[in-house]
Design a protein around this ligand. Structure first.
Ligand SMILES: Cc1cc2nc3c(=O)[nH]c(=O)nc-3n(C[C@H](O)[C@H](O)[C@H](O)COP(=O)(O)OP(=O)(O)OC[C@H]3O[C@@H](n4cnc5c(N)ncnc54)[C@H](O)[C@@H]3O)c2cc1C
Ligand SMILES: O=C(O)CCC(=O)C(=O)O
Length: 356
């Protein structure tokens, strides 16, 4: 065994030959991207830097349902591929002994419509399991709704999943640091590649004015008898049973930065959900959570070379997942990792190779 001083010298010599990658952001997108990079690229170090960690990120507030949100600026084929990659990845975790620690489970239920939708089969219908139109007998339970879809999808218990991702990153040798970044150039001397997964923080960090907050508010309640999800097709009212509680939603307020819970909205959510599922009136232990969805017409996954005088800064952006981050995060992590590999080729670090 080497003495400690020799070991430190050996580690730092080894690290000198490694590309240093830093991911800014410890929400769902930062952690899943950091894990994907550390799983698929050898000869690099991966650090995550963020000013907020679980349970204090937007990702912790989410319901964590795998149900796609539409990005008008991203081709639908691309969105479907991201959704399929994410669904298949989480399904394999769900079918493994990791499922409980990662907080992932299957959930069946109904999406119901007051008016018959133009498209009865959404683009994602063959990705989820057992998609079909609801029968008349099933619809009788929802007298205000004319049409419905039944299917089985996946749900994450968001804090558990984030903690599991962080643990996986650390098992791969990754490091995590708490710090607020005011300017990406702060990271220039310590890292070769910056992966920007700062969610709504990207508006300030990159000056991207196409990114805006869509404020969300949900209730997390105890109602353990609720076993099926119910989602109104308008995307506003939903009841999502999870491992520890049931998430009741919701609201989508464009350009609202207010993180304080609004009691009037809470009452309105509770009333809407109880109209769909009257037994919720006896739900207990009601907690309110607020989060800002990082909204954009298209998710921004993009490689950029920033320049300042004679210096270059390699940045890969991965942000703007709006109300659908859980549904597509594995697909976008894969795509961002591909851009990191392209950056590494230009760095010509000796010994760098992608894991096969
Ligand atoms: C109420 C609600 C319900 C939702 N339900 C679902 C759902 O059921 N299904 C679904 O698919 N999606 C859902 N979403 C959307 C989902 O939550 C988001 O798409 C996702 O969480 C975005 O993840 P993120 O990592 O980009 O952002 P965040 O979770 O906000 O993480 C951003 C990270 O960047 C860090 N950061 C930012 N700026 C800086 C800086 N300057 N310096 C250092 N660190 C910085 C933050 O500290 C944080 O760690 C929901 C969202 C809300 C609000
Ligand atoms: O849209 C849904 O049904 C899931 C919840 C969500 O994604 C949201 O409120 O943003």
């Amino acid at each position: 065994m080497l003495p400690l001083t020799a070991k430190i010298a050996q580690d730092s010599k080894q690290n000198m030959a490694k590309a240093k990658i830093v991911v800014v952001g410890a929400g769902l997108i930062g952690l899943s991207t950091a894990v994907y990079i550390s799983d698929s690229i050898t000869n690099c170090t991966v650090s995550v830097i963020a000013d907020r960690f679980s349970p204090n990120t937007t990702s912790d507030v989410a319901a964590g349902m795998l149900i796609p949100h539409l990005y008008p600026g991203t081709p639908v084929d691309q969105q479907k591929q991201w959704f399929r990659e994410t669904f298949d990845h989480l399904l394999s975790i769900c079918n493994s002994s990791e499922a409980s620690e990662a907080g992932i489970h299957l959930v069946s239920g109904w999406q119901i419509f007051k008016d018959i939708p133009e498209e009865k089969t959404p683009f994602w219908c063959d990705v989820v399991l057992a998609f079909r139109s609801m029968t008349e007998k099933e619809l009788k339970r929802f007298p205000q709704h004319k049409y419905g879809q039944a299917f089985t999808t996946l749900k994450c218990d968001c804090p558990s999943y984030l903690i599991w991702l962080e643990k996986r990153l650390k098992e791969n040798g990754g490091q995590v640091h708490a710090r607020k970044i005011e300017d990406l150039w702060e990271l220039h001397h310590d890292f070769d590649i910056i992966v920007n997964c700062s969610g709504i923080g990207s508006r300030k960090l990159t000056g991207d004015l196409e990114l805006y907050p869509t404020r969300g508010q949900v209730l997390k309640v105890d109602a353990p008898w609720i076993k099926h999800f119910i989602r109104d097709g308008d995307g506003l009212t939903y009841i999502y049973p999870g491992i520890h509680n049931v998430t009741l939603g919701g609201i989508r307020e464009k350009d609202n930065w207010n993180l304080s819970p609004d009691p009037i909205i809470s009452k309105n959510i509770f009333d809407r959900c109880s109209t769909l599922e009257p037994s919720l009136r006896t739900a207990e232990n009601i907690k309110v959570r607020v989060g800002l969805r990082p909204s954009r017409s298209a998710v921004r996954i993009h490689k950029e070379v920033l320049t300042h005088k004679h210096e270059r800064l390699l940045v890969v952006h991965n942000y703007g997942h709006g109300g659908g981050g859980f549904s597509i995060h594995q697909g976008t992590a894969k795509e961002a990792t591909q851009l990191v590999k392209e950056c590494l080729e230009t760095l010509a670090i000796p010994g760098y190779k992608a894991k096969l």
